[in-house]
Design a protein around this ligand. Sequence first.
Ligand code: GLU
Length: 515
Amino acid sequence: MVNYGQLIRTRFAPSPTGFVHIGSLRTALFAYLFARHNNGQIILRIEDTDQSRQVEGAVENLLKVMKHIGIEFDEGFYLDENNTVQERGAFGPYLQSLRLELYQKYAQELIEKKNAYYCFCSSERLDELRKEQTALKKPPMYDGHCRNLNPEELEIKLAEFSAQGGSASGGKFAGKRPVVRFAIPKEGQTVIHDLIYGEMTYENKLLDDQVILKSDGFPTYHLAVVVDDHHMEITHVIRGDEWIPSTPKHILIYQALGWQPSQFAHLPLILNPDKSKLSKRQGDVAVEDFLSKGYLKEALINFVAFLGWNPKTTQEIFSLKDLINKFDLKNINKAAPIFDTNKLDWINGQYIRAKNSGELVNLALSYWEQQGINTESYNRGFLTAILEVEKSRLKTLSEIGERTKYFFELPSYDANLLTWKKSTPEDAKVKLLEIHDLLAQMDNEELKEQNKLETKIKSIIAEKNYDTGSVLWPMRAALTGMPASPSPFEVTSVLAHGPGKNEILRRIKLAADKI
Ligand code: GLU
C-alpha cells in the first residue's frame, strides 16, 4: 500500500442527468477501489449546478444502481433498507444546489481579491465574438471586455444591469445579476501533476476567463468543484480525462483562494472497437441496460475494472474484494481502453458458470416470466436441473428465456428436423419407436440419471451396430424440437425432473407419428 501520509478521501461527483453511463461506473469504481485499497474514504456528491439538465428521479436511479452493484459510499446520499434516500456525513449537504451561499461567498472573495470580475456582455456580443474568432481560426475565448472596468464604470454598469430586472436573487442584486468570470493570470504557466498522465503544462494566456457564477446565482462546475473538493477535504480527484482541460483553471482557482489543490488522476477515455468515442446511445452504454440484459453485477464490475486498469498478471477474473486488494493507480494505462462486448460476454459466462444453479434460478425467474412461462407451476428441482444443463452455454441471463423454453413447452417443428443428415425418415421412425419402448420400460427416477441412460442407449447402439447419430439425432430433436440443444441424455434427465416420463414418451411418440 502506498503511504500517502494522510487520510485518503476521494469522491464520485456525477451530474444526475438520467441513466448511469458505463464510463461513469468506471470512474465511481476506480475511485472506490482506490479509497478502499488505501483505507480511505469515498464520498458521493451530486453536482446539479446545471439545473437545465436535471432529470426527475435521476439521483434515485443512480443510488439504486450503485447499491445493486455494491459500490458503497462513506458519505453523501444512499438508499436505506426501505429504499428511501438518506444522507450521511459531516461535510454536507452533498447536493450542490443546497450549497449556493458558499459558492457565492467565494465568488465574492475572488472579486475582492481581483481574481474574478463581473461580466455584463450580452449573449449576442459573445456569439459575435465567437464567430469572429472562429473565422480567424482562433480558439474561442472571452476577450476580457469587462475585466478592467474602473470602480465608477462598474458602479454604473451594475446599476444599469440591475435596473433591467429579471432573475432577482435578493441581497445586493435586487434585479438582473451579471455573471462572474475568473481572471486567469495573463502570464506564467500552470502545471498539472497528474497521477496517470504525469506532468502537463499550460500557458495561462491560452486559458479562458471562465464564468464561475451564473446570473441565476448558481456557480458553474468550475467554481463548485473546487470549493467542494476543498471543503470536503478531498485528497484525490479521480475523473474522466475529458476534464483535463478544465484542471489548470481549477488549480488557478485553488491558488487564488490560497488553498492546496487535491491530487488529480484522470482516466483515459473509453473507446469503441473501431476507436471512436464510446457511443452515447443509451442502449449501448447505460449500466441499467446491461443489468437488465442479464449481465451479472460481478461480471460488469470485473469487466469495467479492466477498462484502463491492468493488474499486470494473467488473472482475468477478479471479485470486488480481489480488486480492492490489487488496485493501484500505477497500473492504469494512459492508452484508451477498448469497450469489447465479446470480452464482457466471456467474463459474464465465467461468472454464470461459477454460480450455483439454485442461485441462478432466482436470477432467471424474471426472464422466464418475460417469455410467458409460469414458473410457479414447476418444481424447483426441475428449474435447477435446467440451469445445470444450460449454464455452460449462456452468455447472458436474458438468453435463458429463449434458450430453455422448449423444456416447458415443445415448440412446433418441421418433421424434417427429425431425420439425421446421413439417414432417412423411415429409419428415424424406427429408431424413435425403439427409444420409446426402451424408455417406457424405465422408471422416472432412472430417467433422471443421465449417465446410466447414456450407457444403456450407447450399449444398444453398439450391440445393434447402429450409427450413433441415427439414434441420438432423432431422439434429441423429438425431445426439444430444436436444431441445436444439449444432448438427448441431458434433456431426458432434465425433463424427468419436471414434467416427467409421460411427457418424455409423449414427445417421442409425437415425433414418430409425424413421420
Ligand atoms: N459532475 C462532473 C461529471 O458529471 C464531475 C467531474 C468531476 O469529477 O470533477 O462528469
